[in-house]
Ligand binder design. Structure first.
Ligand code: ITT
Length: 200
């Protein structure tokens, strides 16, 4: 089975590859430099995932999967949410995004339950400019500081998933890729892939 993943985030591609396993051949947009940047103008993960999947599937044949994801923090009323990638500005680093989030949390003096948060991932699968289905995965947890660990990407060093003491960046990759928002969404997609492949 072949899938195009509509992302230029190499970390996402690697995780998706590991979660799907060897039965699926993945290519991401690094193989297609001619495809221009897709504007993520939606107000929800679902809207943005659909925008990315539609845009890329208009340009490339076959099944295209887009992942829109991010972190929602209760004390920040769900921020950074859909703005997770651009939270500290267009060209900021993961370190800068984490620093901004921790600054915002300390401004509101977030303690205990207010530090609850969740990662959310919505996958959209499309072909020839039409969305075939969307799938959502969520993992709950809490925000810790200072940042710990070197695995993963993004906000992983400050997120402790429920049931663990370690951050996503401290846990082995296989553990994150078993319980993460992305893993949950991909398992739902995987269950429907045989049917989706037969459609269109
Ligand atoms: P593409 O749009 O090219 O796929 P992106 O990184 O811009 O790449 P998003 O718009 O979906 O993707 O933004 C997702 C951001 O949310 C990502 O850059 C991280 O900051 C954060 N994020 C999502 N999943 C994460 C994870 O598993 N661990 C840590 N941070 C994550």
């Amino acid at each position: 089975m072949e899938l195009i993943v509509a992302t230029r985030n190499a970390h996402k591609t690697r995780e998706i590859e590991q979660i799907l396993g060897s039965g699926c051949a993945i290519r991401d947009l690094t193989a297609y430099p001619e495809i221009s940047e897709i504007s993520e103008s939606g107000t929800s993960f679902e809207e943005n995932a659909k925008l990315k999947a539609i845009a890329v599937s208009r340009e490339l044949p076959g099944l295209v999967v887009a992942d829109d994801s991010g972190l929602e923090v209760d004390a920040l009323e769900g921020a950074p949410g859909v703005h997770s990638a651009r939270y500290a500005g267009e060209n900021a680093s993961d370190t800068e995004r984490i620093a901004k989030l921790l600054r915002q949390l300390s401004k509101v003096n977030a303690k205990g339950d207010q530090r609850r948060a969740r990662f959310r991932c919505v996958l959209a699968i499309a072909r020839d400019g039409h969305v075939l289905a969307t799938f959502e995965g969520v993992v709950g947890g809490k925000i810790t500081e200072p940042p710990r660990g070197s695995h993963g990407f993004g906000y992983d060093p400050i997120f402790i998933p429920d049931g663990f003491e370690e951050t996503f960046a401290e846990l082995p990759e296989q553990v994150k890729n078993n319980i993460s928002h992305r893993a949950k969404a991909i398992r739902k997609l995987q269950a429907k892939l045989p049917t989706l492949c037969g459609e269109g």
